[in-house]
Unconditional design. Structure first.
Length: 239
């Protein structure tokens, strides 16, 4: 069955993180029982979400009024907010598809979306997500984040693509625990406003293509970087 895309809250209708999480759980239960694979597309009001690998020192000392929520996805802490397109693919993984293969396909879809807008990106082995190389504009910088959970071979959580998000939020914490790199957006790179609604057609096309599970040729990687070390192996309480 083809993927079902659902836009559930953009702009002034941005949906709260906990409300969206609850909806993910309901859809996940249905997909596990054979319902159609579904991708939720939305924006959140400002929120920090701390994955199960988040160390205490990585949490924002001053979250600027945004909640900090412990979540049951992998990875470290990240930010969601207006101007960032969040996608939650809730899909049943074929038996032949490993979780890492799924992650690479989602990254590849975002790489193609960035290409559609004239921004060149790739993966950095050792660091999840979608990145720009260091250049005259700045150091290596992340434009798309990935974080997921898989239960009963059905995925939850997903990706976040920075369109015209306020990058000042990222000054409040160490994004994904990586202190030696930056964060950017399509608007920042292009010097013009790119709204979340602008990228949705491209996102739907490339996510659908990559999650059709056909063979594909991956974009060449950038130079590998080591994953940041953990300073505290005690995970926060996760929901």
């Amino acid at each position: 069955m083809p993927l079902e895309f659902r836009e559930i809250g953009l702009g002034a209708d941005a949906i709260g993180y906990l409300e969206a999480w609850e909806l993910q759980g309901e859809i996940h239960a249905g997909v596990a029982e054979g319902a159609a694979d579904t991708v939720l597309l939305l924006e959140h009001p400002p929120v920090f979400t701390a994955g199960t690998r988040t160390d205490p020192h990585e949490r924002p000392l001053d979250p600027g009024g945004a909640p900090v929520i412990d979540v049951n996805r992998g990875g470290k802490i990240t930010f969601h907010g207006p101007g960032q397109l969040v996608g939650y693919p809730i899909v049943k993984l074929p038996e032949r598809v490993k979780v890492v293969d799924y992650v690479r396909r989602v990254e590849e879809a975002l790489i193609h979306v960035c290409t559609d807008f004239g921004v060149t990106t790739a993966r950095i082995p050792g660091r999840s997500g979608v990145w720009l190389q260091a250049d005259a504009k700045g150091p290596e910088r992340k434009i798309g984040a990935i974080g997921l959970r898989v239960s009963k071979r059905v995925t939850m959580h997903g990706f976040a693509l920075n369109c015209n998000v306020d990058l000042g939020w990222y000054d409040r914490f160490v994004p994904c625990g990586i202190a030696d790199a930056g964060v950017t957006s399509l608007s920042q790179e292009l010097g013009r406003d790119v709204m979340t609604a602008d990228v949705i057609p491209s996102v739907e096309k490339h996510v659908a293509d990559l999650l059709s599970w056909d063979d594909y040729v991956p974009t060449p990687d950038y130079e590998p970087r080591p994953e940041p070390p953990r300073l505290n192996l005690v995970s926060p309480t996760s929901r």
